[in-house]
Design a protein around this ligand. Structure first.
Ligand code: CP
Ligand code: NVA
Length: 307
């Protein structure tokens, strides 16, 4: 049996594969908007394992596989043996004999890596402490829809150097764009944890206003990611000057977009006037989770399908 292809980090896919996914996304989204049924995954089953909460990821994968003709099964730590300490390797053996594709949202990246090593079917990372590759697929696709190629552009990441930030940095290497990162002291990027090949695609700025100057896109995320709730109060204090507000957006190019993976906290990492303002594309970004992940599932299960 040949080893299945997985999507565990953004850099698992080449630029060429990602370009293919985006071409398929465009076509699949178009069919969906025309109410044209497209069921290439008829009879296929996805198992979705959630060890953390979710709205968008669960909904987009569950609706997505259904729209492609397949079905989804939801498992959570609370109501499966995973929550009672069954080894990940054993769970992978069993689950992957009963379904065609698996999506996992969990804590350490090492858990999805171990699951994938013991899985007979493709495994998708639906968010770990280190990475959120499905989110950045949707984000880059959304940027391209609004502004064309992202190559050579500059993105400002304001706030925590978390899983979403790490994945933006991987994407910068794959697609050839730049990221200006501004975090409070003590929350800087850890290049090894981010899985970077080098450091030439990003620069760190102590001042978030400086980071936003002249960029094509400003993006941020909540100050406390899932699993880090004990640090909530300390983070709230450390991050108070890292809110994306109208003044910060004025530093960026006049046509700069604003993105946020959501859920958002108005008055914390983003001002309401920005996320609810004319440069915000957060709802397109959320919707594109559905379309990009349908293309991802098609590719992992069927390989290259021509549009
Ligand atoms: N952006 C995102 O992954 O949202 P959920 O946590 O709701 O899945
Ligand atoms: N960085 C956030 C993303 C939520 C979608 C978290 O990990 O909680």
């Amino acid at each position: 049996m040949t080893a299945p292809k997985h999507f565990l980090q953004l850099k698992d896919f080449s630029r060429d594969e990602l370009a293919h996914l985006f071409a398929r996304t465009r076509w699949i989204k178009d069919q969906f908007k025309r109410y044209t049924p497209y069921h290439p995954l008829f009879d296929r089953t996805m198992v979705m394992i959630f060890e953390k909460q979710s709205t968008r990821t669960r909904l987009s994968f569950e609706a997505g596989i259904h729209q492609l003709g397949g079905a989804a099964i939801f498992l959570s730590t609370r109501d499966s043996q995973l929550g009672r300490g069954e080894p990940v390797e054993d769970a992978a053996q069993v689950i992957s004999r009963m379904c065609d594709i698996v999506m996992i949202r969990t804590f350490e990246q090492e858990i999805v890596e171990r699951f994938a090593r013991h899985s007979r079917v493709p495994v998708i990372n639906g968010l770990t402490n280190e990475y959120h590759p499905c989110q950045i697929l949707a984000d880059i696709y959304t940027f391209i829809e609004h502004r064309g190629s992202i190559e050579g552009k500059t993105v400002a990441w304001i706030g925590d150097s978390n899983n979403v930030c790490n994945t933006w940095l991987q994407a910068a290497e794959v697609f050839g764009f730049n990221v200006h990162v501004s975090t409070p002291p003590g929350y800087e990027v850890e290049p090894e944890r981010a899985g970077l090949y080098g450091t030439s695609h990003y620069a760190e700025f102590a001042d978030p206003m400086e980071a936003a100057r002249g960029v094509d896109l400003v993006t941020t995320d909540g100050w406390t990611s899932m699993g880090f709730e004990a640090e909530n109060e300390a983070r709230r204090r450390a991050f108070e000057d890292w809110q994306v507000d109208a003044e910060m957006m004025r530093q960026a190019r006049p046509d700069a977009l604003f993105m946020h993976c959501l859920p958002a906290h108005r008055g914390e990492e983003v001002a309401a006037e920005v996320i609810d303002g004319p440069r915000s594309v957060v709802w397109d970004e959320a919707e594109n989770r559905l379309h990009t992940q349908k293309a991802l599932m098609e590719y992992l299960l069927l390989g290259r399908v021509d549009s």
